[in-house]
Design a protein around this ligand. Structure first.
Ligand code: 3HC
Length: 317
């Protein structure tokens, strides 16, 4: 029987049976409207994060301390653009257009990760971002390789491979600075102090304050909660901080044998929501830059569309 003949309850039953068997939901499969809406929101905002995330690091490409560092940073920023394109394509497979998503970003209707609204003040910030921000992103994205929507899960597999390189190059920058001159070590510690807490905020609000998590877990969009991933990130990162001789900027950090993890201090949730709601240090700058580059790039889109149209006409003739 095809979907047209089955009633809604039967369709939901079939959908949930697929999830129960850990089968992927594909673009042509029937899915509840809310599932589609939830994923369009999450995937498009993930894509926006990748694209906006190019700005803080792009700020240092022309000021990298060596040709090697410049090439590595350039490659990373280019990777992020590619991640954005994969994710926009995954979102488009759910029936939203690129133009609509970009409009939502430019008008402030759509979110992107709060982390990209902080300024990059020194070269050490390139290390802290690669190490902590991409490290936190990997923690989340490895989990998303098992998300129930096929195109999203497959995009994650490719993205995670590239993120690992991003994290490693960032940690290497921090290690070199931390074992350099006292001024270099101080620069690394300062960057760690400024990026530590905003990196923990990347995982989202506490589980009990997350309006989307329960549904995301039910539909296997999320396989782990915000707090579980955040805890795993802290557990992994504290030893990395100590290994390069820096200090975690949280006096409450303490190993808790009972839970086999670190206890850590309270996140500043007022700061989190202030930034998420568009009032962080760089929100307005990031969106203004994005709109400017979109407008300046209009001629490229027009030329590409004209070329595609001419090609289609030639093929049709
Ligand atoms: N920044 C901005 N908004 C955030 C946020 C953050 N750090 N954390 C949560 N929010 C928003 C959510 O989008 C949601 O708002 P919405 O309903 O209007 O979309 C609200 O706060 C409540 O949060 P929830 O936890 O209920 O929302 P989710 O279930 O969607 O969980 C999430 C939030 C964990 C970010 C989830 O959306 C997710 O896993 N997204 C995919 C991964 C992603 O987007 N990562 C961003 C970084 S990408 C990156 O770092 C690129 C790398 O190359 C450096």
């Amino acid at each position: 029987m095809n979907s047209l003949k089955l009633d809604e309850n039967q369709l939901i039953e079939n959908f949930e049976a697929k999830l129960a068997k850990n089968e992927m939901i594909e673009p042509k499969d029937w899915m509840p409207a809310q599932y589609r809406k939830h994923l369009i929101r999450q995937i498009s905002q993930h894509a926006h994060s990748e694209i906006i995330g190019m700005q803080p690091e792009g700020n240092w490409i022309t000021r990298a301390p060596s040709m090697r560092r410049k090439m590595v940073l350039l490659a990373k920023v280019q990777d992020e653009a590619g991640h954005g394109l994969y994710l926009y394509s995954a979102a488009e497979s759910m029936g939203i257009s690129r133009e609509e998503m970009l409009e939502q970003l430019h008008t402030g209707e759509a979110k992107y990760s709060s982390i990209f609204n902080y300024p990059t003040l020194t070269w050490a910030d390139m290390g802290a971002i690669g190490w902590l921000v991409d490290g936190a992103a990997i923690m989340n994205q490895v989990m998303l390789q098992r998300t129930s929507y096929g195109p999203y899960a497959r995009a994650m597999v490719r993205i995670c491979k590239e993120e690992s390189f991003h994290q490693r190059q960032g940690y290497e920058i921090m290690n070199v600075l931390a074992s350099g001159s006292p001024e270099q070590k101080e620069m690394a510690q300062d960057a760690l102090n400024r990026w530590w807490w905003p990196s923990l905020m990347m995982f989202g609000p506490r589980d009990e304050e997350s309006p989307n998590s329960a549904q995301a877990i039910k539909w296997k969009i999320k396989r782990e909660t915000n707090d579980q991933l955040r805890q795993r990130f802290v557990n992994q990162t504290v030893s990395q901080v100590e290994k390069i001789g820096l200090v975690v900027p949280d006096k409450a950090i303490k190993w808790n044998e009972a839970k086999k993890g670190y206890d850590f201090g309270e996140i500043n949730w007022d700061e989190f929501w202030t930034v998420v709601k568009g009032n962080g240090p760089c929100n307005k700058l990031r969106i203004a830059n994005k709109i400017k580059s979109h407008d300046e790039g209009a001629w490229v889109r027009e030329a590409a569309n004209a070329h595609a149209e001419k090609n289609n006409k030639t093929k049709a003739a």
